[in-house]
Design a protein around this ligand. Structure first.
Ligand code: AKB
Length: 338
């Protein structure tokens, strides 16, 4: 008899750790937590921890035989900067890895006779603004606009959004009997900021890096110009969005892919807020023109009205509240204790 469970891939990452805690606060259902790295002890206590690679077919078969997944949060991915250095590996992890999990979810949906919910975080990297003029003119992009990513990671995310939509609506469409399709739901996130973890391998990392460096009393050279602007979100809102979308009634959802966002800041505005809290912060600008070009191609803000209308999304944290109530107090505690 297979055990009912929730599956989280990339569980040791920034979103994964916060998501595990949040799910375990609300429910007793076992959470199978997979990551290439060892999970921190606290995560190991809360989950069925599995150290492994999502590309390992034997591991996926083992999961299919041992568990019945109600929902899968497929978070494992190589982020945008890292993917540019190892594009083939990024494609394998981000695309082949997602395909393997979609197949697992499709097979389990069939057996259960009920759709497995497949929750997929996508990103502003799925967009590609051709130049700064266009980025300024089209400040709040909608889901179907400017889908011309210019990174391997962005291409991978956009394609996997399409794959997920295919599996949810057209999978085995020529078979004699229509299969039970999985239930694919996807969020396009802005740059995420956690008080508890420092991101690695992304290109929106200059925001969180600036803040964590200031709190740790270390100098920081920001790798984009002061006027570079993208949207951001504090981690608790990212978790709120994932769980709210998971719980939304299927009939309310008219799309599979939704923008969600909280606040849009230029690097200079981010810097100013950091200085209000850490007046001695030593922040300078040393643009890396290539990484900066990637951030320039991402929209200045997202239009998340579809998410607000269809499943009641709204962020709890605007910029002020994110810094005053979540980021700064928790980050201070983290570095004061180190
Ligand atoms: C990255 O910078 O690659 C990620 C993202 C914006 O998806 N943080």
């Amino acid at each position: 008899m297979r055990k009912k469970a929730i599956l989280i891939t990339g569980a040791a990452g920034e979103i994964g750790q916060a998501l595990v805690r949040s799910i375990k606060e609300k429910s007793d259902i076992p959470v199978v937590a997979i990551d290439l790295s060892t999970l921190p002890d606290e995560m190991r206590m809360l989950t069925v921890p599995i150290q492994g690679n999502i590309l390992d077919e034997a591991l996926l078969k083992r999961l299919i035989s041992e568990f019945e997944f109600e929902s899968i949060f497929h978070l494992a991915a190589l982020l945008s900067t890292r993917s540019e250095f190892t594009p083939d590996e990024a494609h394998r992890v981000n695309v082949a890895g997602t395909l393997g999990l979609l197949n697992l979810a499709a097979e389990q949906s069939q057996w259960r006779g009920e759709p497995v919910k497949f929750i997929f975080p996508s990103s502003i990297a799925a967009y590609g603004m051709p130049d700064l003029e266009t980025k300024t003119a089209y400040a709040r992009v909608r889901e179907w606009e400017w889908n011309y990513p210019r990174t391997m990671y962005g291409c991978n995310k956009l394609y996997c959004e399409q794959l997920g939509t295919y599996y949810a609506h057209y999978y085995r469409q020529l078979a004699a009997e229509t299969p039970v399709m999985l239930d694919f739901r996807c969020l396009r996130f802005p740059g995420l900021i956690s008080a508890f973890t420092v991101p690695s391998g992304g290109t929106s990392d200059y925001g969180p890096e600036m803040l964590h460096a200031a709190a740790a009393g270390k100098p920081y050279a920001c790798f984009v110009r002061e006027d570079v602007r993208i949207p951001f979100m504090a981690m608790p809102d990212a978790i709120k969005a994932l769980l709210l979308l998971t719980e939304a009634p299927r009939s309310a959802l008219k799309r599979t892919v939704f923008n969600v966002t909280s606040f849009s800041l230029s690097a200079a505005e981010f810097h100013q807020i950091v200085l209000q809290h850490f007046p001695d912060a030593q922040i300078t600008y040393k643009p890396d023109l290539k990484r900066q070009a990637i951030v320039d191609s991402w929209p200045a803000d997202l239009d998340d009205s579809a998410a607000r209308r269809q499943w009641g999304w709204s962020p709890d944290y605007d910029a002020r509240r994110a810094f005053d109530e979540y980021l700064v107090p928790n980050i201070r505690e983290r570095y004061n204790h180190n």
